[in-house]
Design a protein around this ligand. Structure first.
Ligand SMILES: [Zn+2]
Length: 315
């Protein structure tokens, strides 16, 4: 039996409901397996505009038969519903809150009510969290995932190693939808990244759907027929190269590209075409994501690359 906010779901059944804090209902599939087992929470669009996770979660919610499930699955296809409906990019439009950096409290009333809802009502009933993201409008990326590196690490990596995502990146974040419960409440979880650009390609949706199924299999919730997954590497340290000035950005390295120390990753220009600065790799690495647009803003990310000295192939 699964119960969230007084909504009871009997074993072997599922419900499509809205849950959330007062004044902020969010859609959820609540699935109670016929047999006992672990409880998985899957969230999508805590950042509105990161679309591919949403249809993937909906498809799982529609297609899963609770009779075959061991444990429970809580599927929330669109957490930042007001951001999605208004076209607001990533953050909660009511107060500009960011659910990946504002846990548990940020002095932002709507954002805080959502984080408090998860902390009090959902996380305590959860054994594992999958939080589905994509790169932003101007942020191409190669599929990767973030695991909590300070606590709940081994349990998180056990599932990460069973997914079909090549890059497993360490995160010390303590203020995000998956990282607060991992690092503060010791609940394992992963943040998955696929797709970018405000697009919703079928291949990304399908890959996310596959990730959820592989995670359910790894947790003993529902067996998955696919066994073959990609080669994987752990990346324990990432270099975040940031812009030192405003300007126009011309990148020269793609996500997924191996780079060498000293290699030019891009340059900035002014509006007259004069070069302002070249940005070079400080060490050998693998490009994960970065700014694929034109606008360079001082202090914002240009390129994120995994440092080769902190890479480890998983066998
Ligand atoms: Zn995101």
């Amino acid at each position: 039996m699964l119960e969230i906010q007084g909504i009871r779901v009997e074993n072997g059944t599922k419900k499509e409901v809205y849950i959330g804090p007062s004044g902020y209902p969010m859609p959820a599939f609540l699935i109670a397996g016929r047999e006992e087992g672990k409880t998985l929470l899957v969230t999508a669009q805590i950042h509105s505009g990161e679309y591919p996770g949403t249809p993937a979660v909906i498809r799982i919610g529609k297609n899963i038969d609770p009779v075959n499930v061991f444990g429970n699955v809580i599927l929330m296809p669109c957490v930042n519903l007001s951001g999605f409906q208004s076209g607001y990019n990533a953050k909660i439009p009511e107060d500009n809150g960011n659910l990946n950096t504002d846990y548990p409290y940020a002095g932002k009333p709507v954002t805080d009510s959502i984080s408090s809802f998860f902390i009090k009502e959902v996380f305590p009933k959860t054994d594992f969290i999958l939080d589905l993201h994509s790169g932003g409008i101007s942020e191409p990326l190669t599929p990767c995932l973030f695991y909590p590196s300070l606590s709940a690490t081994e349990e998180s990596l056990t599932v990460a190693k069973k997914l079909d995502i090549p890059w497993l990146v360490a995160s010390e974040n303590k203020k995000g939808q998956f990282s607060y419960p991992a690092h503060v409440m010791n609940i394992p979880g992963l943040l998955l990244e696929r797709g970018y650009g405000g697009l919703c390609d079928e291949a990304w949706i399908h890959a996310f759907e596959n990730d959820i199924r592989l995670a359910m299999d790894a947790l003993g919730i529902l067996s998955c027929e696919q066994c073959e997954t990609c080669r994987k590497e752990m990346i324990r340290s990432v270099c975040y190269l940031r812009f030192k000035e405003d300007g126009l950005w011309y990148r020269k390295a793609e996500p997924g590209e191996e780079i060498a120390k000293g290699q030019v990753l891009g340059h900035t220009e002014d509006c007259f075409g004069n070069v302002l600065r070249e940005y070079t790799a400080e060490e050998d690495g693998i490009v994960l994501y970065g700014n694929g647009g034109l606008k360079a803003s001082k202090g914002h990310l240009a390129v994120a690359y995994g440092r080769n000295a902190y890479r480890q192939v998983l066998l």
